[in-house]
Structure formats: structure tokens, C-alpha cells
Design a protein around this ligand. Structure first.
Ligand code: PLP
Length: 408
């Protein structure tokens, strides 16, 4: 018998912690009684607990009673009724595109799965095109493109001095991108900055994208979370759609339905003709077949049940509004605490920013001290999840910010 050499994987280096999930792991390991977790973009009640929406529990109860519900596979592209309801939620009841049947939509593994599916589609059918992503952004936007092998670059977005949008820089970079590039835009509640373009600014962005024949990729992970209203939060995307710009849309129900772990989402591509939709869908089917074959059913069944039942739909909209209001209340509370402490600097951005996050403007060193000295787990780029702030911990968080601003 000759020598056999076994693969032992001893050479495999340990991967660095994920920048967001890694902070969560460190939080779990911290034994301090005062520790606070504001690193993850997940809603918490004012008691700091995860929440299952009441409309979701009711939908699950209804599903259990359905005798014809089975565990058969879904098609690769997912549940047709669910997909139609999602399209309406994104594009609106009166959408011209939907009326003409020119939107191709597949059910996906939440927003991340939608982004990856879009990247895989680009690799096959938009070879060599670059995706332009805001700087800063949700970090996974960049790493998905890296992992999928899709070229990407950035456009300016954040004006650190004014803690607002660098519109001129953004327009200049989108204008300079080669014609027909793909521009990733946060549909509402920009992560991490909490700063969205105004209606007028969206108009300017649309004009440049149209002139350059860019594909606009709306990443919609927070519909309803920015203002508490599903339609208002879709205004920008619907305006681009009505204007006839080619769109990709990735949609997530993680935040607005609290279905984080159920992995419920969609990916859409607007086409020219219903025939093109058929062809695009057939290609999405092949990509999905070879990634994970078909999507899970339970979460999509919940969303389908709620969106198609008027009473549950209304209850969901009310719950969504209540979640976004609690976050807005916490913004005011944090601002008030910092103001009463006389913390140096201006903190108006905490209340003017929208959505789940506040981009505090703390330096990396100050952020490190928030974690190491005060056990307040936030991201090193200064992002705080306002959904993790409660009436009980807001004073403690403000005192920690006050200390690091004064001393580091
Ligand atoms: C901007 C953005 N896009 C997409 C996602 C996707 O999340 P999920 O895969 O849980 O739907 C997130 C989640 O934090 C996000 O912030």
C-alpha cells in the first residue's frame, strides 16, 4: 500500500469575524450586567425583547387550520400568489408596469438572497458591468459582489462635515460611471446613515441615471420603517419605475414583518415585454435551481396570508407604524439626554435621521471605548441601531456617549 495523504484542512486560516455579526458574538460573551446591544438591525420592544407581530401570530394560527396546506416543494421562482402580492406592495396598486406584465419577480431567501440572486444574474447577463454602491453602505452589499465575482465601485453619499447627503458628489460619481452601469440605491431608510435623499434630490438622481441609461437597483429592506407608511417609503422607487428606468429591486420582509429568521423576500427585474419576463424568469429558475433549488414556504405563507386579508393587512400596517414610532421616540429620548448632559457637539442628526439606525459621527476610537469601557455594543463606523434603545437603557447610552466624546 502506498502512502495516502489526507486532506486535514490544517492550512485553512480562521476567517475574521463578520463586522456586524462579530460584534453580536462579543456582546453575547460579555458578562457585564450593564451591557447594551445596539449593533444588530433588529427591532426590540421597550423591554429589549425580540417581537413577533400579532398579525404574524394570527396568520400562523390560520395556516395551521388549513387542511390543504402541505410541505411539497415550491417552484424555483417561489409561490406565484405571494410574488404577485409583493409586486403590488413594491410598485403600488396603480403601477403601469404591473398592468403591462413587464416585471419579473422571484421569491428569495430574504434581502440577502435577493441581492445574491441579482449578482448571479448580472454575472451571466450583464457581464463586465460594474455595480456602484453608496459609500458608506450596509457592508454586505460589497462582500456579496466580491463573493459572486461581480465588479463593484462606490459613489459618494455621506457628507461627514454636515452629517447629511453629499448630493453633488453622488451625482458626479453616478454621472462619471460608464453608460449602462448598475447603481445600487437604498429604497428608503439608508443603512447605515439614516439619511435619504429628499423628493427633489431623488429627482436629480433620476435625471442623471436616465441620461446615462443606468440600471437602478433599489434595495428595499425597510419599506414602512422610514416613515411608518408603506406607500410613502416606496415613493422614490415608484417614480423611477413610472419614468421607465430599468430597475432591479431586492425586497426583504425581515424588518417590516419581523420575519428575520424566516428568510422571506423577492428579487425583481423590470423588462420591456411580457416575453422578456418569461425568458428572464426561466433564467432565474436555473440560477435558483443550482443555488438552493427552491425557497422555504412558511414565511411566504405568513406574508401571503396577511397581505391578502384586509383585517390582518390593516393590523400589520398599524404594527409597522407603532414600531417606527417607538424608534422615533427613542431618537427624541437620546437627543434629550445628550442635550441635558450638555454633551459637546451638535446632536440634531439623531432626530433628523430616519429608519432603524443613527450614524452618530463618533470616531473609531470613541466607538471602541463605547464597547470596551461602557459595554455598549455598536459598530466601529459609528452606527447605532435605534431599535435596540429602550426607555430603560437610553440614559446609560447617553452617559456613555457623553464620556467618550469628552475624553477620547
Ligand atoms: C440595506 C440592507 N439590505 C438588505 C438587508 C438584508 O437583510 P435580510 O437578508 O435579513 O433580509 C439588510 C439587512 O440588514 C439591509 O440593511
Amino acid at each position: 500500500m502506498g502512502m495516502r495523504s489526507y486532506m486535514t484542512w490544517n492550512e485553512v486560516p480562521a476567517a475574521p469575524l463578520d463586522p456586524i455579526l462579530g460584534v453580536n458574538q462579543k456582546f453575547q460573551a460579555d458578562t457585564s450586567a450593564e451591557k447594551v446591544n445596539v449593533s444588530i438591525g433588529a427591532y426590540r420592544t421597550d423591554e429589549g425583547k425580540p417581537m413577533v407581530l400579532s398579525c404574524v401570530k394570527k396568520a400562523e394560527a390560520l395556516l395551521l387550520e388549513q387542511s390543504d396546506l402541505n410541505k411539497e416543494y415550491l417552484p424555483q421562482r417561489g409561490d406565484a400568489t405571494y410574488v404577485q402580492l409583493c409586486q403590488k406592495m413594491l410598485f403600488g396598486e396603480k403601477s403601469k408596469l404591473l398592468a403591462s406584465g413587464v416585471v419579473a419577480t422571484a421569491q428569495t431567501l430574504s434581502g440577502t438572497g435577493a441581492l445574491r440572486l441579482g449578482a448571479e444574474f448580472m454575472k451571466k447577463f450583464a457581464k463586465g458591468k460594474t455595480v456602484y454602491i453608496s459609500n458608506p453602505t450596509w457592508g454586505t452589499h460589497n462582500s456579496i459582489m466580491t463573493q459572486a465575482g461581480v465588479p463593484f465601485s462606490h459613489y459618494r453619499y455621506w457628507n461627514a462635515a454636515g452629517r447629511d447627503l453629499d448630493l453633488a458628489g453622488m451625482l458626479e460619481d453616478i454621472e462619471a460611471a460608464p453608460e449602462g452601469s448598475v447603481i445600487m440605491l437604498h429604497a428608503a431608510a439608508h443603512n447605515p446613515t439614516g439619511v435619504d435623499p429628499t423628493a427633489e434630490q431623488w429627482g436629480e438622481i433620476m435625471t442623471v441615471c436616465k441620461a446615462k441609461k443606468h440600471v437602478c437597483w433599489f434595495d428595499s429592506a425597510y419599506q414602512g420603517f422610514a416613515t411608518g407608511d408603506l406607500d410613502i417609503d416606496a415613493t422614490a422607487m415608484r417614480a423611477f419605475a413610472d419614468e421607465g428606468l430599468p430597475l432591479f429591486v431586492s425586497q426583504s420582509f425581515a424588518k417590516n414583518f419581523g420575519l428575520y429568521g424566516e428568510r422571506v423576500g423577492t428579487f425583481s427585474i423590470t423588462c420591456d415585454t411580457p416575453e422578456a419576463v418569461k425568458a428572464v424568469m426561466s433564467q432565474l429558475d436555473i440560477i435558483i435551481r443550482n443555488l438552493y433549488s427552491n425557497p422555504p414556504k412558511h414565511g411566504a405563507n405568513i406574508v401571503k396570508t396577511v397581505l391578502s386579508d384586509p383585517a390582518l393587512y390593516q393590523e400589520w400596517r398599524d404594527e409597522l407604524k407603532a414600531m417606527s414610532l417607538r424608534i422615533q421616540d427613542m431618537r427624541t429620548a437620546l437627543y434629550d439626554e445628550l442635550t441635558s448632559l450638555g454633551t459637546p457637539g451638535s446632536w440634531t442628526h439623531i432626530t433628523s435621521q430616519i429608519g432603524m439606525f443613527s450614524f452618530t459621527g463618533l470616531s473609531p476610537e470613541q466607538c471602541t471605548q463605547m464597547v470596551e469601557k461602557h459595554h455598549v455594543y455598536m459598530l466601529n463606523n459609528g452606527r447605532v441601531s435605534m431599535a435596540g434603545v429602550t426607555s430603560k437603557n437610553v440614559k446609560y447610552i447617553a452617559k456613555a456617549i457623553d464620556d467618550v466624546v469628552r475624553n477620547f
